[in-house]
Design a protein around this ligand. Structure first.
Ligand code: HGY
Ligand code: MN
Ligand code: MN
Length: 413
């Protein structure tokens, strides 16, 4: 059974709620949560996180990509982390729960002077969502030794490159590749995260153990047509880029639905028509595709189906289409031994661990390329996420931190 009392668990949950609430006030916009990588808001959130890490007794440092690291003890290390960056108009738990939970779990051992036979690093990543640059998971990828130098030349919506943004944040891009852990230094990685889905709520359980993380393809599609006068060009003579794009969007939905058995989901989250005037037939339409499935082959085959459909559409309409892929992450299984240890810790609290595949991407997807990795899911109301209505209860968060503490008590590198 857990060494924590019910009062301990409630207190942990209340502290987590307070800390997450404080982080949620750090936003680039009033009225909605926007916290982008290498932004002034990232700086403020990183400083607040560093302060909490220090107060918990961790030794705080920051790497060349702005990842904040709270360190305790010697190698081999158990890494515990998640991300501080957010999507646009985000909920406040996606990311921060894993950072705050890691700090409070580490503090539990430091306060009691219970030094395990391994070190603990709590990590606060800055670029999981890819909300600023067309890259995702770049900070955890770097820590795992897989940074793609081409990332430095990616530009944000204002044309600021990743490299310039790093320099403006006070970092030296030349030091980026030195942030990776040395082989053997990281014994394992564990991440606590809201489930962002409805399974735990349906099961009536607060905690789940992630079996694997979905693979993702993200690409930008550009459809070229011919601008024309909305009042004078007959319908049968038009080369309307937006109508062609609209047919493609429906094809994405149809093809994704056809592969529901592989948990395939296809989303067009952004679309733009140019020149964007009410009385001009769109000459150009650009949109994004986010395609995911639990098997990589099925996902990549479906992507070919979507492209084939797009070529048929442009052929029929006298348009042109180009595809610009900017993400392709593999389906990533979580370490089975670590899953079992998380399940034992959850049972030690008198709960039933629920095994769940993750339809969302996470930093654990990259850290799994460095060391055995696992994720602990926390129930969230209605499964709602990437939405300001996102909510996890202090009781469930306290229970999750207690489970993480139980996991650490059981962990042996
Ligand atoms: O989009 C995702 O899967 C994650 O929230 N970055
Ligand atoms: Mn997340
Ligand atoms: Mn997210």
């Amino acid at each position: 059974m857990s060494t924590l009392t019910k009062a301990d668990i409630e207190a942990l949950g209340k502290r987590a709620e307070r800390m997450i609430g404080e982080l949620a006030l750090i936003s680039a916009e009033r009225g909605r949560l926007v916290r982008l990588f290498l932004s002034p808001e990232h700086r403020m959130a990183a400083d607040l996180t560093g302060r909490w890490m220090k107060e918990a007794g961790l030794h705080v440092s920051e790497d060349a990509l702005g990842t904040v690291r709270g360190r305790w003890g010697e190698a081999p290390r158990l890494l515990i982390g998640s991300h501080l960056d957010s999507v646009i108009d985000a909920g406040k738990y996606d990311g921060p729960l894993g950072v705050v939970g890691g700090i409070l779990a580490a503090e539990h051992f430091i306060r009691r002077g219970q030094k395990p036979s391994f070190g603990i690093d709590v990590l606060a990543f800055g670029d999981e969502e890819g909300s600023r640059f067309p890259s995702v998971l770049s900070t955890s990828a770097t820590m795992a030794g897989h940074f793609d130098p081409a990332t430095l030349d990616l530009a944000d919506a204002k044309g600021v490159t990743y490299r310039r943004a790093l320099e403006a944040y006070g970092k030296n891009p030349a030091e980026v590749s030195r942030t990776a852990y040395a082989p053997g230094e990281a014994a394992a990685y564990v991440e606590m995260h809201i489930e962002q889905g409805p399974v735990l709520e349906k099961e009536g359980e607060p905690l789940g153990v992630v079996t694997g993380i979905v693979g993702q393809s993200r690409l930008r599609v550009s459809v070229e047509g011919v601008a024309g006068h909305a009042g004078t060009v007959p319908m049968n003579l038009r080369k309307d880029a937006l109508v062609g794009a609209a047919e493609m969007v429906l094809a994405v939905e149809r093809i994704a639905r056809a592969h529901a058995g592989d948990r395939m989901v296809g989303t067009v989250g952004r679309i733009e028509a140019l020149p964007g005037a009410v009385n001009i037939i769109p000459a150009r339409a650009t949109f994004t595709i986010d395609l995911r499935a639990m098997t990589d082959r099925v996902r990549r085959d479906a992507l070919m189906e979507i492209k084939a459909e797009a070529w048929r559409i442009v052929e029929a309409r006298g348009l042109q289409v180009t595809f610009e892929p900017f993400l392709d992450t593999q389906t990533t299984p979580m370490d089975s031994k670590l899953q079992a240890a998380l399940a034992e810790a959850i049972k030690g609290l008198g709960h039933r661990p629920i095994a769940i595949p993750s339809g969302a991407g996470h930093d654990a997807q990259m850290m799994a390329r460095l060391c055995p990795s696992a994720m602990l899911f926390v129930r969230c109301r209605g499964g709602v996420s990437h939405n300001p209505a996102e909510y996890a209860s202090p009781h469930d968060m306290g229970t999750a931190i207690a489970a993480l503490i139980g996991f650490i008590e059981r962990f042996a590198p």
